[in-house]
Design a protein around this ligand. Sequence first.
Ligand SMILES: O=P(O)(O)OC[C@H]1O[C@H](O)[C@H](O)[C@@H](O)[C@@H]1O
Length: 623
Amino acid sequence: MAAEGPNRSLAVYLNRFGVKWIRNDKRPDNPAHTVEISSSSTSHRCPFFLFVLFLFPRRPALAPPNGGCRSAGDRGFCWHGASACIDAVSSFEKIDFRKLQNGSDIRGVAVSGVEGEPVNLTEPVTEAIAAAFASWLLDRKKPSESRRMRISVGHDSRISAQILQDAVSRGIADSGLDVIQYGLASTPAMFNSTLTEDGEFLCPVDGAIMITASHLPYNRNGFKFFTSTGGLGKGDIKDILERAEIIYDKFSTERLKKSEKAAATAVRKVDYMSVYTSDLVQAVRKAAGNIEKPLEGFHIVVDAGNGAGGFFPEKVLEPLGAVTTGSQFLEPDGLFPNHIPNPEDKTAMKAITQAVLDNKADLGIIFDTDVDRSAAVDSSGREFNRNRLIALMSAIVLEEHPGTTIVTDSVTSDGLTSFIEKKLGGKHHRFKRGYKNVIDEAIRLDSVGEESHLAIETSGHGALKENRWLDDGAYLMVKLLNKLASGRGSGIATGSKVLTDLVEGLEEAAVAVEMRLKIDQHHADLKGGSFREYGEAVLKHLENVTSSDPKLQKAPVNYEGIRVSGYGGWFLLRLSLHDPVLPLNIEAPSHEDAVKLGLAVLAAVKEYSALDLSALFKFVHAA
Ligand SMILES: O=P(O)(O)OC[C@H]1O[C@H](O)[C@H](O)[C@@H](O)[C@@H]1O
């Protein structure tokens, strides 16, 4: 039976890849979906792997080692009831492109099989987004006369990476630009490729796309875009998604065939990560006075969380002389079987801490999935993440640039401010959450005469002026490595003590919690308005209520949400950058004091019935 309506579009799309749509009405258990491979032209984008994943989501061993390639021998193979599989390419139907925006990134669901999370980042959607980025770039950059414009494409370890990389490549190629594929890469490396001057590696590129969803679950994926001036901002992403929707709506069989053909000649592959890692190695050598192996004698373990950071021991630490045995989860695995690759995650930090202690290492380093975030652990197992990582980086940067301004996100502690200002003699500019906000603010301050050299978030994102404001978790670690090497060189200290000593005097609250209070977007209380409006109303009310409480003082300077001091601590309630959520951070010298702050918030917001206050209730009632 021939496909009709939206299914016709799907049939057209599947047909491009030699997949024939057959509607099998005879099977009562599978009324709509039976797909038959009817041609030998299937390539590795065949979603067999996703089908296996759907059936056995917790058994990564069952996935084909080639990431899902189905050979030509599959001719005639028929999948019954493979609805999850079909979803991965079927959403050639109406997609709300605006929903794919996540601040200055694009994020969506790329793999089916998770209940309530339908796929919206399909191959055609991806192809349209890549074409939209190409058109955005063409509008802004004058092509050189000597060559075609080119865009680099890299990805993290996610299971949908290959499929999306191919779709991205088709979208770019069809727009008449060259595609330079890097394969497994880090986000900072992609930005770097727009700055590198090296013709042999086809650099600089005019734009770069990183396929990643950072630490989000395996079924998600997304894109970050770069030009030589940095990562694209919110407005640019909105523009790209609007263009993508128009392109997508005009997709035709001819166009899709054309893009397939264009990609066959426009795609080249380059080992760019070797350029990027050699830059990191050179940076450490240079800082050490051009010593070949400045880390000789150090034992450093790395936890890449099965993301894209597995290159760091072999390509960076070992050439510098460090021993890296005991490093873990270096092999890319998009199911993230060991822990979430996220330096803010407790389990992840526990894993690297244990590895340091087990191996009696001098230092531990952990990255997030796409290596734009990092954290460290000293030889005693003390974690350098969140406020402590910022304190450490501030100490290093302020030694080099006395008096400079350190720009951070909004959830940093009061203890950090006094550490930066009183102990280190710098200035703490506590700004908004969001790495792009923090970096842009540091660049702005610096450009108007307030010298700034470091922009850093508690999330582990960090950028230095000396590194062209590249948001780079690996470069943050390079700064720690420089300090390790120089500390030993000057006889100040051995091992990681030189780092531990740098954060001495940082006051840390005994209790530090974050609760994320969800706003039910469908609740009648919203009266048809947006969750943002509702969130703003909650914040306004909280501000009014707390201003009449003599035990609470509103922060004199604050750029985001409501930050209030009291009971020896503080709280901050703000709107999430992306989600219908009001994150609440509380820090206090004791649980009792933290509860008093929590009760003050609760008293002010409890009438807002679209807010899920269960976490706050639990917190204030816990013994
Ligand atoms: O506002 P939230 O929901 O807490 O999210 C804030 C975070 O969102 C993303 O993960 C960004 O990469 C971070 O830079 C930012 O800090």
